[in-house]
Design a protein around this ligand. Structure first.
Ligand code: NAD
Ligand code: WQD
Length: 360
């Protein structure tokens, strides 16, 4: 007798990291159901996931804050576990409209957790962020950053991530026999699926380095602005731990498997950094992307961006030891895959007809 595939509810599964994780889930024998309100994504990503995986993927255009809409998903599917990506993520925007960030990210998570409790779905993998560490360079002995590093987000977006981490711990403490939570703190996800079918498709002007550079390379923007070269680094530009999105997606499978392997009568709530452990400067990444694309991207050095810090590099040892996960792909591979996505889809997902069908 064959056992039925486990069904994973992927919130935010039409988005950048969620869509890549759906591919890995299906490759690992899981079934997926996606819930996404498409506020920062397109149904076209889901359509392409079906082409890429050759699987039907049930999709619900539902806002997580809509308890009734979300409950329908739990009624119609026997969900085994949840990977919770859905959230607003723009640091700068969160300082302009903080209430929207607190409302969307925190209320959405509360509604989800209440329904999980009601339907006895007790395993969740949560997308946290290195942003919870804030300016970790305050603790020079803690670079690269271990999970024990003191936390101190410096913007409302980061505060929502930390608040959700606290909510998960409180819920676990209230019933530590059944809830199983994996809190994954991502560093800087970059790149795209090597097929060129799915990738990152930011709305408006990209905030992040790689998407901005890619838009310059395909001619959508004039030049890259490098935000400061007067930092105390190899070349004066800040250091980040860039991680290929496919490696990151695999980290979710590893953490789901880890939760599954835990003692049935024992809950867990634990954090893991998902990073490579290797830092790259802005100019090193710039060079890698120019090499991958064969284009010398015009750039100008400007002043520092408010809120930027010198060095955010992960100490990923805990994930390696416990989840048996580590990155396999480097920045060059991520640049190569981003370039394929960018040249195959210079304007990202643009099948507006399909979006219109879902009323976006
Ligand atoms: P994304 O915007 O591409 O994906 C998030 C998805 O969630 C989008 O498709 C959006 O439409 C959906 N969504 C947002 N609010 C929703 C709601 N209330 N109900 C239903 N759907 C909703 O972002 P991403 O880069 O894929 O990030 C995924 C998660 O990882 C986010 O929680 C983000 O904060 C976190 N994260 C991202 C990064 C990064 O640099 N990309 C780094 C660390 C953590
Ligand atoms: C990287 C480096 C910039 C754009 C952000 C969030 C963090 C997490 C990951 C969600 C910095 C420089 C950038 C540009 C530049 N997201 N840069 N010109 O700021 O490290 O992290 O994404 O959780 O919370 O803050 O990423 O890609 O914006 O910047 O020079 O046009 O590139 O100064 O040194 P960041 P980023």
């Amino acid at each position: 007798m064959t056992t039925a595939a486990k069904k994973v509810l992927v919130t935010g599964g039409a988005g950048y990291i969620g869509s890549h994780t759906v591919v890995e889930l299906i490759e690992n024998g899981y079934e997926c159901v996606i819930v996404d309100n498409l506020c920062n994504s397109s149904y076209d990503a889901v359509a392409r996931l079906e082409i890429l995986t050759k699987h039907h993927i049930p999709f619900y255009k539902v806002d997580l804050c809509d308890a009734e809409g979300l409950e329908k998903v739990f009624q119609e599917h026997k969900i085994d576990s949840v990977i919770h990506f859905a959230g607003l993520k723009a640091v700068g925007e969160s300082t302009q409209i903080p209430l929207r960030y607190y409302h969307n990210n925190i209320l959405g998570t509360l509604v989800l957790l209440e329904l999980m409790g009601k339907y006895d779905v007790k395993k969740l993998v949560f997308s946290s962020s290195a942003t919870v560490y804030g300016d970790a360079t305050r603790f020079p002995d803690m670079i690269p950053i271990p999970e024990e590093c003191p936390l101190g987000p410096t913007n409302p977006y980061g505060q929502t991530k930390l608040a959700i981490e606290h909510i998960l711990h409180d819920l676990y403490n209230s019933d530590n026999k059944t809830w199983k939570f994996a809190i994954l703190r991502y560093f800087n996800p970059i790149g795209a699926h090597p097929s060129g079918l799915i990738g990152e498709d930011p709305l408006g002007i990209p905030n992040n380095l790689l998407p901005y550079m890619a838009q310059v390379a395909v001619g959508r923007r004039e030049k890259l602005f490098v935000f400061g070269n007067d930092y105390d680094s190899r070349d004066g530009t800040p250091i980040r731990d860039y991680i290929h999105v496919v490696d990151l997606a695999k980290g979710h499978i590893a953490s789901l498997k880890y939760l599954d392997a835990q003692d049935q009568s024992q809950g867990i709530c634990r954090e893991w950094n998902l990073g490579s452990g290797t830092g790259s400067t802005v100019l090193e990444v710039y060079r890698a992307f120019c090499d991958a694309s064969g284009i010398e991207i015009p750039y100008e050095i400007t002043g520092r961006r408010a809120g930027d810090v010198l060095n955010l590099t992960a100490k990923p040892d805990r994930a390696k030891r416990e989840l048996k996960w580590q990155t396999e792909l480097d920045v060059a591979a991520a640049c190569r895959d981003l370039w394929k996505w960018s040249t195959d889809n210079p304007f990202g997902y643009q099948l507006k007809g399909i979006d219109a069908k879902f009323g976006t």
